[in-house]
Design a protein around this ligand. Structure first.
Ligand code: FAD
Ligand code: SF4
Length: 445
C-alpha cells in the first residue's frame, strides 16, 4: 500500500537495487555502546564545526552511552531532520569523522555516522515524533522540487505554522536521495520511509508530477503563495558531443542509476562497461556496475588520478571491488556495430587507443537548472546557479533557493542545511511583512 504521507505509488517490486547490501553495516547495541564510550566529548568539538548542519555530536553520543536513545535521536533531528539518510550518505571521512581528534592520536576516529544511524534508525522504526506544527500563521509557502533541500525547508516552515505545498516533477519524493544515491549507502525504500517521517509533521501538501516552468507557471505560484523556495537540484546528465553519440548503449550515469534504483535493469549481455568521468558519480557508477554483475568495468578519466574530484576513500573502495581505470584518456569517438556501441576511441598514452565496451555511462556532470527561474524578476544567475546570500535569499524578496541548484552540486547534508536556513529566513521575512501590514492598518485607523 502507498504511504499516506507520500501521495505517491509504492515502488515497483523486484528492483535491481534490492541486490545491494550495506557497504557500512549498522552497529549492534553492544557495538554502539562501546563506540559511544570511546568519545572524548571534546569542548568546542571539531567534528561539530565540520558538520554543515552543526549537529551537537558529543551530546548525541553521550546520550547513546547513557542508554538514552530517544534523547540522542532528538538531538540529531533537531539540527538535521534528514539525520537518518545523512548518517548513511554523508562523506564522513571528509566531514565530521575527518575532524575527530583521534585522527591526530593514531587511533581510529569515532564512527559518528554509524552512531547517528543507530539512534535515527530506531527513531524511524519506532515512529518517535519530536516536532509538531506551529499555530497556523495564515501564510503559505510554495516549495519547488521535492528533494532534501525543499523537504527540510518545508519541515522547518511547518514548525513555524506556515502552510506548505511541495511541487515535484517526479513520481517519488526525496530527490536524489531516492533516485541517485548508491544503494549500498541508501536504498530508495529507506529514502521514502524517511520522507514519510519528515512529512509526518502534517500540513505539507504534495503535488507530484508537476514540472514548474512547464506544467505550471512561476507567476501562478507567486500569486498562490506568500513566498517560494526553489530546490530543483541539477538537471540531466551532460553528453559528449563526439562521433557515434547516437549509438545505443550510451547512457547518462544519473539516468542509469535512477533506472536500476527504481526499476529493473538486465545487464546479462554486458561483458564490458566503461564509465567516463572522474567525480563521485563516476566512482559510484563503477561500483554499482560491478555490484550489478558486469564482469569488467573501466573508468576513463581525462586527467591524472590526483586530479579526480571523486573522493579518494570512495575510489579506494572501488579498486577493492575490482574497478580498473585509465587516466589521461580523452574520448574522441564512439565505435559501434549494428547501431550499438562497441567501444570508446581515446587520445592519450602517447597516441590513440580503443577501449571495448557494450555499455558506456557518462558521468561528466549534470546540466544546471538555474535557467529555469530566468523569468522570475530579480533572481540572478551565475554559471547556471541561482545566486543567493547566506540565508538563501535571491534578489527577489519573495523567492529563496538552496541545495544543488544554488550551490552547484554538493552533498545531501548541505542541501538540508541550506533548506533549513532559508526556511528560517522566509519565516523572518513573513513576520516582517505581517508587521508592515499591521503597521499600515494601524496607520489607516
Ligand atoms: C549519482 C549521485 C550520487 C550521490 N551520492 C551522494 C552521497 O553518497 N552522499 C551525499 O551526501 N550526496 C550525494 N549526492 C548529492 C546529493 O544527492 C545532492 O546534493 C542532494 O540530493 C541535493 O538535494 P536538492 O534537494 O538540492 O536536489 P535534488 O535531490 O536533486 O532534488 C531536486 C528535486 O527537484 C525536482 N525538480 C527538478 N526540476 C523541477 C521542476 N521544474 N519542477 C518541479 N520539480 C522539479 C526533482 O524531481 C527532484 O525531486 C549524489 C548525487 C548524485 C547525482
Ligand atoms: S549529518 Fe553528516 S556530517 Fe553531520 S554529524 Fe551527521 S554524519 Fe557527520
Amino acid at each position: 500500500m502507498a504511504d499516506p504521507h507520500l501521495h505517491t505509488p509504492p515502488l515497483p517490486e523486484g528492483r535491481s537495487e534490492a541486490g545491494f547490501t550495506d557497504y557500512k553495516p549498522a552497529l549492534g547495541p553492544a557495538q554502539a555502546l562501546a563506540e559511544a564510550n570511546r568519545c572524548l566529548y571534546c569542548v568546542d568539538a571539531p567534528c561539530v564545526q565540520r558538520c554543515p548542519t552543526r549537529i551537537d555530536i558529543p551530546e548525541f553520543i553521550r546520550k547513546i552511552s547513557t542508554g538514552n536513545l530517544k534523547g540522542s535521536a532528538r538531538t540529531i533531528l533537531e539540527a538535521n531532520i534528514f539525520g537518518s539518510s545523512c548518517a548513511r550518505v554523508c562523506p564522513v571521512e571528509v566531514l565530521c569523522v575527518g575532524a575527530c581528534v583521534y585522527n591526530e592520536m593514531d587511533a581510529p576516529p569515532i564512527a559518528i555516522g554509524l552512531l547517528q544511524r543507530h539512534a535515527t534508525d530506531r527513531a524511524l522504526q519506532e515512529g518517535w515524533r519530536f516536532f509538531e506544527a506551529g499555530p497556523d500563521s495564515g501564510r503559505s509557502v510554495g516549495l519547488v522540487g521535492g528533494g532534501p533541500a525543499s523537504l527540510a525547508a518545508a519541515h522547518e516552515l511547518r514548525r513555524h505554522g506556515h502552510a506548505c505545498t511541495i511541487y515535484d516533477a517526479g513520481r517519488w519524493l526525496g530527490g536524489l536521495n531516492t533516485t541517485g544515491v548508491a544503494p549500498y549507502k541508501l536504498r530508495a525504500d529507506d529514502a521514502l520511509a524517511e520522507v514519510a517521517y519528515v512529512l509526518g509533521i502534517g500540513g505539507i501538501e504534495v503535488q507530484s508530477g508537476v514540472q514548474v516552468g512547464q506544467g505550471i507557471a512561476w507567476d501562478t505560484l507567486l500569486a498562490r503563495h506568500d513566498a517560494l523556495f526553489v530546490g530543483v537540484g541539477l538537471g540531466a546528465d551532460r553528453a559528449l558531443d563526439i562521433p557515434g553519440k547516437e549509438l545505443a548503449g550510451i547512457v547518462g550515469a544519473v539516468a542509469f542509476i535512477e533506472r536500476f534504483k527504481l526499476g529493473k535493469v538486465d545487464l546479462s549481455a554486458v561483458r564490458r562497461a566503461v564509465v567516463v568521468g572522474g567525480g563521485n558519480t563516476a566512482v559510484d557508477a563503477v561500483r554499482e556496475l560491478i555490484g550489478l554483475g558486469v564482469p569488467e568495468v573501466t573508468m576513463l578519466y581525462r586527467g591524472a588520478q590526483a586530479q579526480m574530484s571523486g573522493y579518494a576513500h570512495e575510489w579506494k573502495a572501488a579498486r577493492i571491488d575490482g574497478a580498473r581505470a585509465i587516466f589521461g584518456a580523452k574520448p574522441l569517438a564512439y565505435a559501434g556495430a549494428d547501431g550499438k556501441v562497441t567501444g570508446v576511441r581515446c587520445a592519450g598514452q602517447g597516441g590513440e587507443f580503443e577501449v571495448a565496451a557494450d555499455l558506456v555511462l557518462l558521468a561528466i556532470g549534470q546540466a544546471r537548472l538555474g535557467e529555469l527561474v530566468a523569468g522570475l524578476a530579480g533572481v540572478q544567475l551565475e554559471g547556471g546557479r541561482i545566486v543567493v546570500d547566506a540565508d538563501g535569499a535571491t534578489g527577489n524578496p519573495r523567492v529563496f533557493a538552496g541545495g544543488d541548484c544554488a550551490n552547484g552540486g554538493m552533498e545531501v547534508v548541505n542541501a538540508v542545511a541550506e533548506g533549513k536556513r532559508a526556511a528560517l529566513a522566509i519565516h523572518r521575512a513573513i513576520h516582517r511583512a505581517i508587521g508592515r501590514g499591521l503597521a499600515a492598518s494601524e496607520g489607516a485607523k
